[in-house]
Design a protein around this ligand. Structure first.
Ligand SMILES: Nc1ncnc2c1ncn2[C@@H]1O[C@H](COP(=O)(O)OP(=O)(O)OP(=O)(O)O)[C@@H](O)[C@H]1O
Length: 551
């Protein structure tokens, strides 16, 4: 139906219209590309224009909340409130204890860990606290984690503090005890509800119990935040049951060619505990899916960039982890092509890569200084005494570092000669390979390897890297390729999607639940409108089982 700006329901398909017109609590299941935002906006406008009362729309990010507010428009400004769960909850609680930021949390938690003499790492302790705070149930009475949790809570209380998670928990506890009131609204819309945790679920249910007509829009198959305690299907099923909500299905996919839609469905149907959704591709084009295999990650990255240069257009390059995108970034740098990297840091901002660049820069200037001392922190088994020696220009005891301090002056004198610069870098490469710890080595070697692929003196190569980094995406005529992890790709779409690293052990990742990995893969492949390329880049690897499941 063509869109009529005066009628919020125009431009909706039948399934969207049914969900928008529904009265009472509703669970709207919406597959990828089925128009969730269009439905939410239309439903809000329809409710506000035909019925009385105020409306609250809750989202997970400030950007999403702002987008919904902008789309609803200013006409009903006085009757709507949009925001994140925490921003809305903050308006409900009177307690004004100061909210701790992340560094404050770490400060108090470290203090507790020291006092208890715990072996738990800071990360594990933080995760345990987040886990306890993502549910309204009291933490277990025994065990080291609960002991740390109790002491951490006592510490915050003593200092008149609370952390971010407490905001929502306090609002829920307040609503349950009668000390806080539900938001003043007749209608509540919840976006991306597959991502709610148990506290957010309770917050929604407090409003349902208070008589607020609630619509929950979600796709359980795109629930990818289990590690942040998202309830996924379990939360949606609980809402449907407890609120006695009517279930609707947005069954159209307006984004992907039909081959891509059906490949996605074949994969996701291997999951249990989900709502089955017979999705219909609304586009006439079939879409093209192909697979590629490469000897190694470098060849895979080079092929990606070569293809994008040969066929410019809208491209999303996706990978299970941000780290896998580093080589693609380097290949773009090498070809002086602009790109955008979503969320993850640039390769050159990673400390081992930045240190290699600083050291090479020192060599290029014939001034071995701070670069050497930065680089030393990645050397296996370096002592504090050696670090001091390097800082003061002395001779370190560590044999690896001693070799380097002796070789460096000669390297520096060769660095300014184009024909010798490659030899210097080869020497540095071998040295890093021999003396770095494994983790930083995985970053430092590609950094030196990249400099080895370039031409000229070391100074010229460094200048090339810096210029490539400064290439602004805005300077290009065609759309700029986007590099994103699968998590960061959620909600986005491109004409062409290249999903790299499709190997068992990578996706599905060895350390993550299989069902959640499958959902992540499903999110990735349903970002593609016309063309989907899946590649693997490890010689002896087994191709991801999800690729087989597509047929
Ligand atoms: N009724 C419709 N008619 C035509 N196009 C539609 C309709 N509904 C949605 N679309 C289009 O479908 C595309 C996908 O919609 P949207 O981005 O809202 O998807 P989504 O449901 O949020 O997907 P995902 O969950 O995968 O991110 C948009 O370009 C949107 O304009």
């Amino acid at each position: 139906m063509p869109k009529n700006p005066m009628n919020p329901l125009s431009g909706l398909d039948d399934a969207q219209r049914d969900a928008a017109l529904a009265q009472g609590h509703a669970l709207v299941l919406a597959g990828p590309g089925s128009g969730k935002t269009r439905l939410l906006t239309a439903k809000a406008q329809h409710l506000l224009s035909t019925r009385s009362g105020r409306l609250v729309a809750v989202s997970f990010t400030r950007e999403a909340a702002k987008e919904i507010a902008a789309r609803i428009g200013t006409e009903f400004r006085d009757r709507i409130k949009t925001g994140t769960f925490h921003a809305l909850a903050l308006q409900q609680i009177k307690d004004r204890r100061r909210i701790l930021d992340e560094s404050g949390r770490i400060h108090y938690l470290r203090m507790v860990l020291d006092r208890v003499g715990s072996d738990l790492s800071l990360d594990d302790a933080l995760q345990a606290i987040d886990r306890f705070k993502a549910t309204m149930a009291p933490p277990p009475r025994t065990g080291e984690e609960s002991e740390i949790f109790r002491r951490y809570e006592a510490e915050l209380k003593r200092h008149g503090l609370k952390d971010f998670q407490d905001i929502l928990r306090d609002a829920v506890k307040g609503m349950q005890s009668g000390a806080a009131r539900p938001l003043d609204a007749a209608y509540l819309l919840v976006d991306e509800a597959q991502d709610i945790d148990e506290v957010q679920y309770e917050w929604v249910m407090c409003h349902v119990r208070a008589g607020v007509e609630t619509t929950v829009v979600a796709d359980d198959d795109q629930s990818i935040y289990g590690w942040r305690h998202a309830m996924g299907y379990r939360g949606l099923a609980a809402f449907e049951r407890s609120a006695k909500a009517r279930r609707f299905l947005l069954n159209g996919n307006y984004r992907c060619g039909c081959e891509i839609v059906s490949a996605g469905l074949s994969v996701i149907r291997h999951n249990q505990d989900r709502y089955d959704k017979p999705i219909i591709a609304r586009r006439a084009e079939s879409g093209v899916i192909s697979t590629r295999s490469f000897e190694d990650r470098l060849a895979e990255a080079d092929a990606i960039v070569a293809r994008i240069i040969a066929e410019p257009g809208e491209w999303g390059i996706l990978a299970r982890t941000n780290r896998m995108l580093d080589l693609v970034e380097l290949a773009f740098n090498f070809h002086r092509q602009p790109f955008v990297r979503l969320g993850g840091k640039s390769f050159w901002d990673r400390p081992p890569a930045a240190a290699m660049l600083a050291f090479a820069e020192d060599l290029g200037r014939d001034d071995i200084g701070s670069g050497l001392s930065r680089l030393s922190s990645f050397v296996e088994g370096i002592s504090a005494q050696d670090k001091r020696a390097l800082h003061d220009g002395g001779e370190p005891e560590n044999p690896g570092l001693r070799t380097l301090t002796r070789a460096a002056p000669e390297w520096a004198s060769s660095a300014a000669q184009s024909h010798r610069a490659s030899l210097v870098l080869r020497g540095l490469f071998n040295w890093v390979d021999k003396h770095f710890d494994d983790k930083p080595k995985a970053i430092a070697l590609p950094a030196v390897g990249h400099l080895m692929k370039l031409h000229g003196t070391i100074g010229q190569r460094i200048a090339f890297v810096r210029r490539a980094r400064e290439l602004s995406p805005g300077s290009s005529d065609s759309p700029v390729p986007v590099l994103a992890s699968l998590h960061a790709s959620k909600g986005l779409e491109w004409q062409n999607v290249w999903l790299m690293g499709c190997e068992d052990g990578i996706v599905p990742h060895t350390d993550a639940p299989l069902n959640e990995e499958r959902r992540l893969f499903y999110v990735g492949i349903t970002r593609a409108k016309d063309r989907l390329i899946l590649s693997h880049g490890l010689k002896d690897a087994v191709v991801s089982r999800f690729v087989d499941e597509m047929h």
